[in-house]
Ligand binder design. Structure first.
Ligand SMILES: [Zn+2]
Ligand SMILES: [Zn+2]
Ligand SMILES: [Zn+2]
Length: 302
């Protein structure tokens, strides 16, 4: 990614005085490619032109333009490029309701009027830190990975994308500030005890022979002789052990659901033996030996 000074700037403001001042400040900070538009309509057109070249400009947007409101402009810019960063210039108080709408829309930063060089410097510094790590490729892969889930953990994001938390967090921060996602609880996930990998497969076995050929069965317990076996073994209602006919449910016998019968060793069991296979290092492990890792969770804001 090119340096911040190479970044295109788009100023959308109807005041020539503000435009001159902003341009001067930005020049002093090293920005050279500055586009100025005096209304919303030409601002959007100019934005379209700039993104055609493959770069996303940093946008300075006046909150009170004569032709369009900032809310509508923001929507259009975000629809074209969800990764756009917009700095809203406003002379009003942030707490005003009309401004709250724009916050909900996902404004990147505020710039209070009268504009101060110090504040612009501060915003640029924040941007520099982020630009250093956010690449479009990573950004797009975070979005696509998140699209497949209602919630996702930082651990999963970083492992699936093979990135460090430091590379992922600025993107998360951007999505949170643009109200695309919200931070939820931490998520605890099973990982490989050998390599910490989160990509694991769950495997189910018979607890006696460790075979995997078993099926769900209803079982019958004959009280009189104590026989416990699957329903189909009571041929014509006769107990396979004592050969007496089972008669009254609850008196003679009882049934239980949620049992499994192994087709290999004939074992009947209520609890399936579950273990895990690490898809990275092929380590097999049980839940008891699994490593549980907690990390911050995120969810789409719908
Ligand atoms: Zn592993
Ligand atoms: Zn078995
Ligand atoms: Zn019996």
């Amino acid at each position: 990614m090119s340096s911040l000074e190479e970044k295109e700037i788009l100023i959308i403001d109807d005041s020539p005085a503000v435009n001159i001042l902003l341009k001067d400040f930005l020049n002093r900070l090293g920005f050279k490619k500055i586009h100025i538009c005096q209304n919303g309509k030409t601002g959007i057109d100019e934005f379209k032109e700039i993104i055609k070249s493959g770069t996303v400009p940093l946008v300075f947007l006046d909150y009170s333009l004569p032709d369009m409101n900032a809310f509508s402009i923001m929507t259009q810019l975000l629809n074209m490029r969800p990764d756009v960063k917009v700095i809203i210039e406003t002379a009003r108080e942030k707490t005003e309701d009309s401004i709250k709408d724009v916050i909900a829309q996902g404004v990147y930063q505020y710039l209070a009027k009268p504009i101060r060089l110090e504040k612009i410097k501060e915003i640029v510094e924040t941007l520099k830190t982020e630009e250093a790590v956010i690449t479009k490729e990573t950004f797009d892969s975070v979005i696509s990975l998140m699209s497949n889930a209602t919630q996702i953990s930082l651990l999963r994001l970083s492992q699936y994308l093979d990135k460090t938390d430091e590379e992922i967090l600025p993107i998360i921060k951007h999505l949170v500030s643009n109200k695309k996602i919200i931070q939820i609880n931490t998520i605890k996930e099973i990982t490989c005890p050998r390599c910490n990998n989160i990509r694991i497969a769950q495997m189910f076995h018979c607890p006696k022979c460790r075979g995997s050929d078993f099926k769900h069965e209803k079982i019958i317990e004959h009280y009189k002789c104590g026989n416990v076996s699957i329903k189909s073994s009571y041929v014509e209602d006769k107990c396979p052990k004592c050969h007496q006919t089972i008669k009254v449910f609850g008196v003679d016998y009882r049934t239980q659901d949620n049992f499994y019968a192994c087709n290999e060793c004939k074992e009947i069991f209520a609890e399936i033996l579950t273990d895990y296979l690490c898809l990275k290092c092929n380590e097999k492990f049980t839940l008891e030996h699994a490593k549980l890792l907690s990390s911050q969770g995120y969810s789409w804001l719908r």
